[in-house]
Design a binder for this molecule. Sequence first.
Ligand code: COA
Length: 333
Amino acid sequence: MNRRTIITGTGHYVPPRIVTNFDLEKLMSTSDEWIQQRTGIKTRHHVEPGVGSSDLGVEAAARAIAAAGIDKSSIDFLIAATVSPDYTFPGIGVQIGAKLGIPGIGALDVRNQCTGFIYGLSIADQYIRTGMYKRILLVASEVQSTNLNYSDDGRDTAVLFGDGAAAVICEPHEAEDGRGLLSTHLWADGRFVETLWQPYPTVKDKPYVNQAVIDNKLAFPRMDGKKVFVNASERMPEAVMTGLTANGLTVADIDLLIPHQANDRISQMVAKKLQIPLEKVVRNIDRYGNTTAASIPLALDECVLEGRVKPGDLVVLASFGSGFTWASAVLRW
Ligand code: COA
């Protein structure tokens, strides 16, 4: 029997506070026009102090559980993806399990930045297909707004990122109807670590937390934006093509392409390279900014809620981010 993984429920949650480009204009030398032109972003959501990724993740998970119509006690494994955990350790997986009221099940934290969701989906898929677990909660959640440099020297990154969470429920599907996750493909190239990273605080320093890190504003993300842009625009279409080819499919078969929402110009470039009409490409970065690991499942849940994805549709996910890491997933919805 051909057992596949199927997504039976999706959910997302963003904190209520909306931050516009005009709000950011008050903090640094930037403009609504620059941000919209270069990135397509109009607004993003920011948490209030005291709210962590685990909190957003729990809300998203509760919505995915409700959408799947399952009892949360039937979840037998949890995978959490984030670049912004509440604490240095432990990760948010254990916290989400406890806050949801399902402590005890295994909880795995995935640290693959913007590709965290697809990496997590790939792991869930292996467990489901081998029969090890039958109901996996996969959560991706980010609170990035508290760790951005809102001054002129941080403006290239501060305007890009937003907070948000999304979750899916993964289960086995054994019907011969072609539905389910067809493939995942994962890549990484650590030669580009320093192109998009946050090197501080680092365990290489003693003490780990020290005044120089604060004084020199080192504890913030750093990025070579152009290099990231060029690589993302190349690797994502390649990842999509690898996924399609592995399944004997072509771009014409895609009903919905959900690229990681890093920059709307990157999404447009990906569409152009693949020669796929923009109507088939999901783009919501205008409202959320880059929510890193959460961006793809958040966009997926919006499609579900809007009725934009129907059973039998071919949905392709593609991501690229810090590491570099990149990935694709092909699903028959
Ligand atoms: N507001 C106004 N000006 C800004 C700015 C901001 N928020 N951020 C940077 N600038 C300035 C730069 O300092 C530069 O000024 P200079 O010419 O005087 O040196 C100018 O705008 C142009 O910068 P440049 O880097 O050439 O712009 P760009 O067209 O490459 O766009 C990014 C910058 C960051 C939007 C773009 O490179 C990008 O999106 N890269 C990918 C980032 C990404 O996706 N990261 C996450 C991946 S998961």
